[in-house]
Design a protein around this ligand. Sequence first.
Ligand SMILES: *Cc1c(COP(=O)(O)O)cnc(C)c1O
Length: 401
Amino acid sequence: MSSDSKGAIFLDNASTTAMRKETLDAMTPYFLEDYGNPSSIHSMGRTPRDACNHVREIIGRIINAAPEEIYFTSGGTESDNWVLTSAARKAGKGKNIVISTIEHHAIIETAEALEKDGYTIRRAPVDADGIIDLDKLKELVDENTALVSVMTANNEIGSIQPLKEIAAIAHSKGALFHTDAVQAMCHIPIDVKEMGIDLLSASGHKFGGPKGVGFLFMRRGVRLEPFMRGGAQEEGKRAGTTNVPGIVGMGKAAELESADMEEKMSKISELRDHAIERIEKEIPFSKLNGHRTKRLPGNVNFSFRFVEGESLLMIMNMNGICVSTGSACASGSLDPSHVLLAIGLPHEIAHGSVRMSLSDRNTLEEIDKAVDVLKSALEKLRSMSPLYEDYVKKERCKDVI
Ligand SMILES: *Cc1c(COP(=O)(O)O)cnc(C)c1O
């Protein structure tokens, strides 16, 4: 069991990740000694400025971008808001923006706000595996499309999109291509040049960095208006005093996480596949959500019939296991996750969904314990479910006939 998670088994790494001690150590001097403002002309500005520029190099190397193409932000939400809002304003109301139906709320809600302001948003559907329908996308993208925004990998169901093909469709009509890569950065390989990405959002705390810091990759030649105004930081594109310790931490985390990415990917995928295999074999009426192979190494997402995701989450939590659910009340609304509905799940099945998101800190023992608890929680909840009882009775009658 991870000694640093208060004894809990943390299977919610898509919501945030732990930092390594080395990452914290790299940040500390920028609070205590080299606390200068990188925008200062005097000598105290120098070291923090150099440190931030070094992080641009580290990140640039990982995604095959130039250091000057990296703009620091407060995280994935800001980067997403920046791209959508600025692209819409720049294009004007006669143009349109195309997003997918399974984007993160940072994109979905920004798009809704823009729609209220009179901008046109088009939504490209996904198939039952959560992969974008390229033919439908082609129909939606036209000469008036300013921007296509499709996430690299989905935070709920883990499906990985064909970015290169999507970028080609966007570019064929002269539109820019943006991808929310928050779940992908440092978890699967990204090459902005090879994939044809013009804009990319990422967030430090999803790959072992601190919370409240992220970046936007903006390809040279792409010009977006600033989203935050009030200073000359980040080439005048993103105002606000630079978050030096955060940026340094994000850089250190990126360095550590990307160093042996292939190895981590295979270790985590093995844990994932073990969980999926056991659940499918041992738990009846379960359905894997998301694509079976085009899937984030750490993502396990299942729907279980006849139960509420929340009840499952609570029982797991009482047993020291942290997971998340795509069901209703957890998100404060009556509707289940828009992602689960977009892949065609009926409401009642979407309500019984649980996501486990793994990291390389998790062990096989932890995964087995989580599946054991899940299994007994399901047995308990189903034994109390009138729906389940009815169903089983009916099935028995069928057998007799
Ligand atoms: C977490 C997440 C975000 C938001 O990032 P923050 O840095 O927490 O604001 C955006 N998109 C996706 C896909 C995410 O998983």
